[in-house]
Write a protein of this length. Structure first.
Length: 233
């Protein structure tokens, strides 16, 4: 199993709040966001991790190329228009087997990732999404599950429901077969692509996990630091 990290965003909300450091390099405790996710991928024995980083942030590129990592890091440097296009840019690295996908800004317990992956590997379908009932995001992606934990709706169509996506996913590579359709429809976000896949008959399951914290705004940095202290790093 390979892993992938979407780390090509612009971090606009952080910039507006006076944070000049590129989001992947923000330290939470003694570790940058992207270093922690790479370590998580190694922890669950991914064979390698593909990272897409923004070409406008050479500091992230330099950091990844000049640091030592627990697993091989395959780097894609590209300034993309959306999280969806960032995922598509990683496709050549992920075509041959199921893969674990992370967003770079999510803090989670490694034990929660282990349990998620153990269950995701056993289910039938095209993938699984970690979901949580802890909601502390300006733009959460709601996900409604049926009694078998199959996802039946996303976003506004999912409400009311108790779950939002938690920042890590397990997909089979057949999802990339819909890339041209998504582009033809001019979709502009990963969440829109997930909605397209669901409408197109792809089957995804939601796997509940414990609290996760997204780092989107300056105040989230302190929230993430406190959460790391709670879970012991």
């Amino acid at each position: 199993m390979k892993a992938a990290i979407i780390a090509a965003g612009h971090g606009e909300r952080l910039k507006r709040g006076g944070i000049a450091v590129p989001k992947p390099l923000i330290p939470i405790g003694n570790e940058t966001l992207i270093a922690r996710v790479i370590r998580a991928a190694g922890h669950v024995k991914a064979t390698s991790v593909g990272c897409i980083v923004n070409g406008l942030n050479p500091a992230v590129d330099d950091y990844l190329r000049n640091s030592s990592w627990p697993i091989p890091v395959e780097l894609v440097v590209r300034t993309t228009e959306s999280s969806m296009e960032s995922l598509f840019a990683l496709a050549p690295l992920l075509q041959n087997e199921p893969f674990l996908l992370f967003t770079v800004d999510t803090i989670f317990e490694f034990s929660a990732l282990e349990k998620f992956l153990d269950e995701a590997r056993r289910i039938e379908g095209d993938g699984a999404l970690a979901v949580t009932q802890f909601v502390d995001d300006e733009k959460p992606l709601w996900a409604r599950l049926d009694n078998h934990r199959r996802i039946v709706a996303f976003a506004e169509k999912a409400q009311p429901c108790p779950y939002v996506t938690a920042g890590f996913y397990y997909f089979k590579p057949n999802i990339f077969s819909m890339a041209d359709v998504a582009r033809a429809k001019r979709l502009s976000a990963l969440r829109q692509f997930l909605g397209l896949l669901l409408e197109g008959g792809f089957t995804f399951f939601g796997i509940p996990v414990s609290k996760t914290v997204d780092v989107d705004c300056p105040e989230d940095i302190e929230k993430a630091r406190r959460y790391l202290e709670e879970i012991g790093g």
